[in-house]
Design a protein around this ligand. Structure first.
Ligand SMILES: Cc1cc2nc3c(=O)[nH]c(=O)nc-3n(C[C@H](O)[C@H](O)[C@H](O)COP(=O)(O)O)c2cc1C
Length: 351
């Protein structure tokens, strides 16, 4: 069985963050500091996955993780797409457009990404939005990789354990980014990180990793005390110097002095937590009508790209967790140093 400590000495995983945040530089910095850096590959082409894995290996010889969305390419009807474009009209017409461009593809092909993952062969492969088939998990194990599944409630954690995953990352309601729910309704997976730990840890034989609202050394200690073997932190790393997010988004994150996040499915078709903005507000009344991920995500990509070009955070998706007000600008190496210092101090106080 995987002992997380065999792979990385400090119980800290930098959460994969699709959309440009988890750059190869960020992943390598965290792994070099004794944590586990994770490259988000959910939205990367197989070629980009291999290229970024190569870049990480230029910067570290330590273990790192690559993360995929378990998903199938959808085939929405022309009527469904038209309806979705109509629902988005208040947004694209306010940008001065006379129509919303329809993307040439809805998402990357999962099977092709999976082959790229096998050939990149990082120490750890992590997954969200779904669960693997047994033969896929076996192939990863045969290639020497450890597998981490994401769960938002007990049944999902048990499903990953039953499949043979090496660890499961439980993601509380406070977490930034998308809900990983794949059994039941996303809106019903409401437990906080600490509640999830209390429920899941006693029921599982495999290591449990805690994600959601873990920003400081004190938070790490609290999660470990509840039985987590490691933590997965997104928001704290999102504002580090190495994070590749748009400067206007980073500025908004760093200006947050309270939890101004909310969950919405309006922007991508999957519930996700981020800073409240005009995009969320304008779409709020139709959020339950938009097509499921990845169709809505692909349809809003042009809007988000335009927002990036014009430095307008109001039409971006500014995913982050409820702990945002406690996240501070620094390098990933400094953040790791602070966290490890706290853990070491805490340990010596207890001894
Ligand atoms: C911008 C952003 C993008 C994310 N993208 C992914 C992803 O691609 N895959 C994944 O498994 N988790 C993703 N997450 C979740 C993080 O890896 C992590 O579990 C989560 O941020 C932990 O909660 P916290 O934000 O409160 O620290 C994302 C989170 C954020 C904030």
């Amino acid at each position: 069985m995987l002992t997380l400590r065999d792979l990385f000495p400090h119980p800290i995983i930098q959460g994969p963050m699709a959309g440009g945040a988890s750059t190869p530089a960020l992943v390598a910095a965290v792994s070099n500091a004794g944590g586990l850096g994770s490259l988000a590959c959910g939205m990367l082409s197989p070629e980009a996955m291999l290229d970024q894995a190569w870049q990480i290996r230029q910067a570290t010889d330590k273990p790192f993780a690559m993360n995929l969305f378990v998903q199938q390419t959808p085939s929405p009807s022309a009527e469904e797409v038209q309806h979705a474009c109509d629902l988005l009209q208040p947004v694209w017409s306010s940008l001065g457009w006379d129509q919303l461009p329809v993307p040439s593809k809805w998402c990357e092909n999962f099977d092709e990404q999976f082959e790229a993952l096998l050939s990149a062969a990082p120490a750890v492969a992590s997954f969200t939005f779904g669960i693997l088939k047994r033969e896929q998990l076996q192939r990863l194990h045969e290639a020497g990789m450890s597998v981490i599944g994401t769960a938002t409630h007990l049944a999902e954690a048990q499903a990953w354990q039953e499949l043979g995953a090496d660890a499961v990352c439980v993601s509380g309601i406070e977490a930034g980014g998308h809900r990983g729910t794949f059994i039941g309704r996303q809106e019903d997976a409401k437990l906080s990180t600490m509640e999830l730990l209390a429920q899941v840890v006693p029921q599982l034989r495999i290591p449990v990793i805690a994600a959601g609202n873990i920003v400081t050394g004190e938070d790490v200690t609290a999660a470990l005390a509840k039985g987590a073997q490691a933590v997965q932190m997104g928001t704290a790393f999102l504002v580090t110097h190495e994070s590749g997010i748009h400067p206007a988004y980073k500025e908004k994150l760093l200006a947050a002095t309270a939890d101004t996040t909310r969950q919405t499915r309006a922007i991508t078709g999957r519930f996700a937590r981020g800073l409240d903005n005009q995009f969320m507000q304008v779409m709020a009344t139709v959020a339950d009508q938009v097509p499921a991920y990845p169709v809505q995500n692909a349809l809003t990509a042009a809007i988000r790209a335009a927002a990036g070009k014009s430095n307008n955070p109001e039409w971006m998706s500014m995913w982050c967790g409820q702990g945002i007000a406690r996240a501070k600008a620094m390098s990933a190496t400094e953040l790791m140093r602070d966290l490890v210092k706290h853990l070491t101090l805490d340990k010596s106080l207890k001894n």
